[in-house]
Write a protein that binds this ligand. Structure first.
Ligand code: TXA
Ligand code: MG
Length: 346
């Protein structure tokens, strides 16, 4: 196993845990495991009963597809009708890593993993514990095992970036492999290659520019006007939501809300870049969180932050809207959906 700065125990000590988890997957049970993006709730992708257990545990509608995770030397060809040249280029450039490709599903792969659609989502994670688990499971399957895994959270809630987050979601009911905190912090970039042109379904750490550099053309961006786009729950308007009401507004628009809350004696959380917050950073009744100024750091901390704010006993979470620039596209996407769960934004 390669070195990972974040592991709670030595990789050698995890070997036994990983073998055990692979055996659970082989028996049709579920295992939550770390990836570099977020923790996944995994089950054998070729066992429709295991996939049904994932849906049941998450409380997720059965027509939403899940991503199939492959070991580093797993063969994508096994899962697809054909592998387009563009897919191979992207695999060479970004796997293992936070990029999911949507491709035409091979006929022998159960439709359950794609919610009945004719495609399949494939990803090869870079986290060493995920790789070891996928490798061990795949070995039990003659080299072709794949693990279906959505994010290990209840449907619509904030994705988990630590093992403790997964336990907070599911209690002891789900077996969790602890691989430390996820480095990327938000879900993988999803690119659809199943329709003859590249279309971004979900922004992530791999940016539209990164994709364009490899493809030679810019992918179509998700702007809501793509009526033929496949269903993707991460693309639902309201998703990734904390339980406390959340508002996402430019700082100028937050100030009157902060003032009104102060006058009403209401305790609120304020997430804003230190450079913008001014006197509100230390104001009475304001639980201030200095937001990272860098998009990668922001993404890494976002979900842990939303979870912590749910426990902070504030009436509202006020978040400073970030610049509408391409470097913030993935963070803006997640913040926008979290806020949309409370109706305010579009
Ligand atoms: O980073 C990630 O992708 C994490 C980790 C665990 O790998 N997984 C994740 O899974 O975010 P999930 O299920 O929460 O989101 C996967 C997204 C969903 O929006 C799903 O609809 C979409 O991928 N997806 C998966 N297979 C698809 C398919 N065949 N067609 C269209 N969308 C698909
Ligand atoms: Mg999810």
């Amino acid at each position: 196993m390669s070195k990972h700065p974040n592991l709670p125990v030595a990789p050698e000590a995890m070997r036994e845990q990983i073998e055990h988890a692979a055996a659970l997957l082989d028996a049709g049970e579920l295992v939550a495991f770390p990836t570099e993006t977020v923790y996944g709730l995994g089950g054998d992708a070729e066992n429709p009963e295991a996939v049904a257990r994932i849906y049941a545990a998450k409380g997720r509608p059965a027509n939403h597809p899940v991503i199939v995770h492959l070991a580093p030397h797993g063969d994508p060809n096994y899962w697809v009708e054909y592998l387009p040249a563009d897919a191979q280029k992207l695999i060479d450039a970004f796997w293992p890593g936070p990029l999911t490709l949507i491709l035409k599903r091979a006929a022998h792969i159960p439709a359950a993993v794609s919610g009945g659609q004719d495609s399949v989502g494939l990803r090869c994670p870079s986290h060493p514990v995920a790789q070891a688990l996928l490798g061990a499971f795949s070995a039990l399957r003659g080299g072709h095992g794949g693990v279906a895994a959505p994010s290990a959270n209840r449907f619509g809630h904030v994705s988990p970036t630590t093992a403790q987050h997964v336990r907070d979601e599911f209690g002891v009911a789900i077996h969790v492999l602890d691989g430390g905190s996820s480095d990327v912090g938000i879900e993988s970039t999803i690119l659809d290659l199943s329709r003859g042109f590249p279309a971004l379904l979900r922004p992530g750490r791999v940016t539209p520019q990164d994709l364009a550099d490899v493809l030679g053309v810019a992918p179509r961006l998700p702007d809501g006007s793509d009526a033929t786009a496949p269903r993707a729950s991460g693309t639902l308007k309201a998703h990734y939501a904390p339980r406390t009401p959340l508002a996402l507004l430019p700082f100028e628009a937050l100030e009157p809300i902060l003032a009104a809350a102060r006058d009403a004696g209401e305790r609120v959380a304020l997430v804003a870049r230190q450079s913008r917050a001014g006197g509100w950073a230390g104001a009475e009744g304001v639980h201030f969180v200095a937001a990272p100024e860098d998009p990668h750091a922001y993404a890494r901390e976002l979900y842990g932050l939303l979870r912590a704010l749910d426990r902070a006993e504030v009436a509202r979470i006020l978040i400073e809207k970030l610049p509408d620039t391409i470097e913030w596209i993935a963070v803006n996407d997640r913040l926008g959906r979290a806020a949309a769960a409370f109706g305010a934004q579009d």
